[in-house]
Design a protein around this ligand. Sequence first.
Ligand code: AMP
Ligand code: MG
Length: 419
Amino acid sequence: MTVEKRNPIPVREAIDRVVSQNIYTKQIEVPLEDSANYILAEDIVATYEIPRFNKSPYDGFALRSKDTEGASGNHRITFTVIDHIGAGSVSEKEVGPFEAVRIMTGAEMPKGADAVVMLEQTVEDKQSFTIRKSFDINENVSLKGEETQIGDIVLNKGQQINPGGIAVLATYGYTHVKVFDKPSIGIIATGSELLEVGDELEPGKIRNSNGPMIVALSQKLSLDVASYQIQEDDLKSSIQVVRDAMSKHDIVITTGGVSVGDFDYLPQIYDAINAKVLFNKIAMRPGSVTTVAVADGKYLFGLSGNPSACFTGFELYVKPAVLHMMGATAIYPQIIQATLMEDLTKANPFTRFVRAIATFNGKAMTVVPSGFNKSGAVVAIAHSNAMIMLPGGTRGYQKGYTVDVILTESQAYEMDCFI
Ligand code: AMP
Ligand code: MG
């Protein structure tokens, strides 16, 4: 049997091929309280202004600004308090000359009043108070519509719903939200050398660490994920289990068996199920053999068995695919720049991804590898919050160089400083 020749494509092109598939999840409605992290399936349009009425942003007194003209330390002006309203109440009185309504934060401005004096700016005396400065029209007033006008698009289709988005949806009365369903994932770890986590070690065998890692990566995206039993390197039963997973899930991830070794059956599995292979070689390390295919409107990810390559493949290809299927507008990995704090002299024919620790020291972002970083490495993944991305075709990188970095943890790059 001759070893098949594969053509490596650039990482960016590989991601482009993944996210240009016409594969989407269906639209569903979810209760507001469950909608966090879903992608919005419709624009949310303001049906009323925010604020809905002129209101006081402080506890104080609502009065007519023109009555405050000429007030100073030497010329205090006295106002009579004619009413007292808290948030949620509306005064029935109209404020006349040198009158004021005691008003609390969030309450609607009474008729006639056009400014608010904060409590701290007054000297009170039973039913009256004095002030010693003048106030402009609308001073200390939150104006109707100052944040949002009727018809404004306040949330966009394709936007991921974050806690602020939930607040906006709540403001506009959405008890249910139209979103794209989350894809379900089936994960199959393949390899005759694999043992379950609870198994005793045996000669030549290793425990399956990719399966649990992919489950955790999927859960981080709030996805439902089903783990299949370890699949030995056997073509017939492998085809069967992949078929079974495809019948139940939107995405099937396998790890292992993607190379050109004697027992690497993935190409034959994809052949057997008539999958369209989008690529089977990428100009990247680790994980150059990462393979992505589609069949029957489902994505099939053939990630490398090497743990670091497997992790990298999920971050670079599975994540964008999930976001694409869910109709998100922002789907590509976010790249930032950081100063490299160690030499990385290994020559790079392909783009190299290095599990790394990115740190913000209060002034700038720096980055170092997070440990032993071969493609089979596992510990360095656990200590990483980022991946350094080094373009191919260079001799290596020295300490002090600016490099591209993909953050793989959304927060918590180690902070040396707080505020
Ligand atoms: P493969 O992609 O099948 O050629 O495997 C590449 C390397 O990753 C081999 O050293 C495997 O033993 C190892 N490997 C494969 N699957 C797993 C797994 N699920 N967990 C940990 N290591 C694995
Ligand atoms: Mg294998």
